[in-house]
Design a protein around this ligand. Structure first.
Ligand code: NAP
Length: 455
């Protein structure tokens, strides 16, 4: 039997576990999927926006994998902490696949970034997704928000800020977050890109959705957009990838509607701004953010932009920087700080350039924070195929050992197993019913552990 630990139960971890049990080359593989949190599914539970029910429904597929009899879910187990080092984990299992994602956000590195009211989009996402480590948000006094960045996360947080409560109530958003958003006085959200409309990283479906929000008008500044040659000249756009061409069509439509005045009169407004790069966050006398200073940019002809020396201040009482995720080092694992990933060769962890026998990576910690959920499937497959090629050497690494779960318990860990997770799910449904809503997330450690019967 080959015993494998997969660390992380997000899409990459679950796809790695699935690849391991579905293959036929090495019979008798058993997989423990460990997670720091008592709940599985990683960013599908704690990153995918609550109003994106179709993507959320992916949990159905992930669930059926975790319910396979050859796979065990062991939640509330922190790897790399005092109770369980990476070295100890490698003693307990024949192989370990790290699928720990990219937990931190990138920073802007500009003056004023630490002012009150400036946050990472990931912190905001964690809060409205009910992550038990998330700090609460207070939107009192916020009328205008600036979201820096033009990726799908920027679109998510822009949409959630602009959405009305009737659309959020049917989601599983925790009640405290829903209450704060319900009381919010946000009227304008500016999503600001440093490059042009053809260079947005958002996908068209996500972009288009901004134009479907009840009571929300979307504006695009024509003169800013037209700085991008591909926006101004459809012939120049012909060479672009299809997603960029589709995005341009959507943005041109909004720019035309804005010129006709049809975007005015809405209760809330989303302003899509281009060719502005943040240079400073400006504070008021109360020490809170009052505006973001941007420098206008112009295309440099090579896909990048250059500063023009012209500045514009955009008023905001809330700033969310949404400029990408970053991997964090796991104590005991090698780390490439510049890339925010673990060095690897086809998924095999490299220590000082040499393969570390028995250690593997998959997902964002392997390739960086890019791609959609499905991208993790081939990524995990590549890693698992490396692991299977190594199976002979892995099985010979140490003799037959007992059940690793006994060793984890002996180390003082009290994993939340699958029945514990099902009890959390049931408690979230009961909570939802008591609030007149559908299933509602429990957003704190004590609540999650209590629901799992770990009180
Ligand atoms: P992302 O797609 O990498 O976008 C990052 C954005 O930040 C880019 O617009 C980038 O602009 C900008 N940026 C970077 N540094 C900046 C700086 N110093 N100043 C101003 N702007 C800066 O990252 P993400 O939005 O966090 O998404 C991460 C991944 O998750 C992506 O693969 C995304 O598609 C995926 N995701 C998907 C969904 C979905 O499918 N619904 C939802 C959420 C996330 P430049 O292009 O100029 O560098």
């Amino acid at each position: 039997m080959l015993r494998v630990a997969v660390v992380g139960s997000g899409p990459s971890g679950v796809y790695a576990a699935q690849s391991l049990v579905l293959q036929r080359e090495v019979p008798g593989v058993r997989v423990d999927v460990l997670d720091r949190l008592p709940a599985p599914y990683g960013l599908v539970r704690y990153g995918v926006a609550p109003d994106h029910e179709k993507i959320k429904s992916l949990t159905g597929n992930l669930r059926s994998v975790l319910e396979d009899e050859r796979i065990r879910f062991l939640g509330d187990v922190e790897v790399g902490g005092a109770a369980l080092s990476t070295a100890r984990l490698l003693e307990l299992y024949d192989a370990v696949v790290y699928c720990v994602g990219a937990a931190r956000d990138r920073t802007l590195d500009i003056p004023g970034e630490d002012l009150a009211g400036v946050h990472s989009a990931t912190a905001f996402v964690s809060w409205y997704s009910g992550h038990p480590d998330a700090a609460p948000f207070d939107l009192t006094g916020v009328r205008s928000a600036v979201v820096v960045g033009a990726g799908n996360v920027a679109v998510d947080v822009t949409r959630i800020l602009a959405r009305g409560v009737p659309e959020l109530e049917p989601t599983d958003m925790p009640q405290p977050a829903l209450g704060v958003l319900a009381a919010s006085g946000v009227r304008e959200v500016s999503m600001v890109a440093r490059r042009g409309p053809s260079q947005g990283r958002f996908t068209t479906k996500e972009l288009r959705e901004l134009g479907t929000l009840p009571g929300v008008g979307v504006t695009v500044d024509r003169s800013e957009a037209a700085l991008d040659p591909a926006y101004a000249d459809p012939d120049a756009a012909a060479a672009l990838p299809a997603v960029a061409r589709r995005n341009l069509e959507v943005l041109r439509g909004w720019a035309r509607a804005g010129a006709d005045g049809s975007a005015s009169g809405s209760a809330r407004r989303i302003a899509l701004r281009f060719h502005l790069r943040p240079v400073e966050v400006l504070g008021g006398p109360d020490g809170r953010v009052r505006a973001v200073r941007f420098e206008r940019t112009a295309p440099d002809g090579r896909g990048g932009v250059v500063g023009t020396g012209v500045h514009e201040d955009v008023e905001a009482q809330l700033v969310l920087r949404s400029v990408g995720y970053l991997g964090v080092p796991l104590p005991g694992l090698p780390f490439d700080a510049a890339r925010g990933t673990v060095p690897h060769a086809a998924g095999r962890v490299l220590r000082a350039g040499r393969v570390s026998v028995g250690e593997y990576v998959a997902g964002w910690i392997k390739r960086g924070p890019t791609g959609v959920i499905g991208t993790n499937r081939p990524c995990a497959k590549e890693t698992v195929s490396s692991l299977l090629q190594d199976a002979g050497a892995l099985a010979a690494r140490h003799g037959p050992a007992g059940d690793p779960l006994d060793a984890l318990r002996a180390a003082g860990l009290r994993p939340v197993e699958w029945p514990g997770w099902l009890a959390i799910e049931a408690a979230e449904e009961r909570l939802g019913r008591s609030l007149g809503r559908r299933s509602v997330k429990i957003p704190d450690w004590a609540g999650l552990r209590g629901a799992a019967g770990r009180g």
